[in-house]
Design a protein around this ligand. Sequence first.
Ligand code: PEP
Ligand code: MN
Length: 339
Amino acid sequence: MIIVLKPQSTKQMVDNFVDSLQKNYDVKVNEWVGTQSTVLGLIGDTSAIDIDYISAQDIVESVKRVQEPYKKANRKFHPDDTVITLPGGQKIGDGSLSLIAGPCSVESERQIVEIAKSVKDSGAQFLRGGAFKPRTSPYAFQGLKAEGLELLREARKVTGLPIVTEIMRVSHIPLFEDVDIIQVGARNMQNFELLKELGRLDKPILLKRGLSSTIEELLMSAEYIMAGGNEKVILCERGIRTYETYTRNTLDISAVPILKKLSHLPVIVDPSHASGISWLVEPLALAAVAAGADGLIIEVHNDPQHALSDGAQSLTPEQFDQVAKHVNAAAKAFGRKVG
Ligand code: PEP
Ligand code: MN
């Protein structure tokens, strides 16, 4: 349930009203204070609440029931866009276009440092790289694990780029303590125990859409993280499984404006996993900019032919430089800038 309060309500009036709601009903009240009005989001069992009674209160402008099962992720609860600010000052969701780039997997110190330097030179603001890899085959490269995290820290030290890397299990959370943005991969989008634990952190979580998940399921997974108190969630459209086999997945470009409409959370696009083919990365990246994405996450490798994972979809640093230039030009055409 959403209660919009009258603009002239004082803080004291709002506090008293919130207290009375929490005392009288089995609900938690989320308060969003905007420039024009204050919006209260009621989470819990609102069935006992009489809308007419609430509407009649002096302080209340309007009341509506929220049909959607996601509440904290819902734009109705939080009309403004959420802007995620990292300790280093980098922002995601502030209207600029964030560029995250790097290899699928961290393979060696030389590899990750070289790629980090080159993507930084091309304008990326974040370095990605997998240390714990979810692979379809148990015989495929599984990542350098803790050593991979160490190499990412090294690349961060050299370049200053914050790092984005994937977590696969709850017991690894302490290892990720100084990771700047923790990625939850498509395969773990509904690992609810992991989502709950990540909800207890005060750290941005990049939540990728599951291979066969609906938009609402993605938002419900975001809700799991947010319900625990961590509201720093970045949604990522990375393609879904369809009957098309030409591409690895099918980029659901309409998910971008739909997610932006339904939720206040930043939305980024991964054109690499969406296509599985390096030459398709640029057109899909440009489409994502046009669709209003807040950022892009792109795989870049210094030697794609010998990459230990996802070489076919990885751009060379030179190709990434070109893509970044074209993305910049596209962003500019829409009155936005990269970074
Ligand atoms: C990845 O980012 O390397 C990855 C495994 O992505 P996804 O979970 O989207 O498949
Ligand atoms: Mn990959």
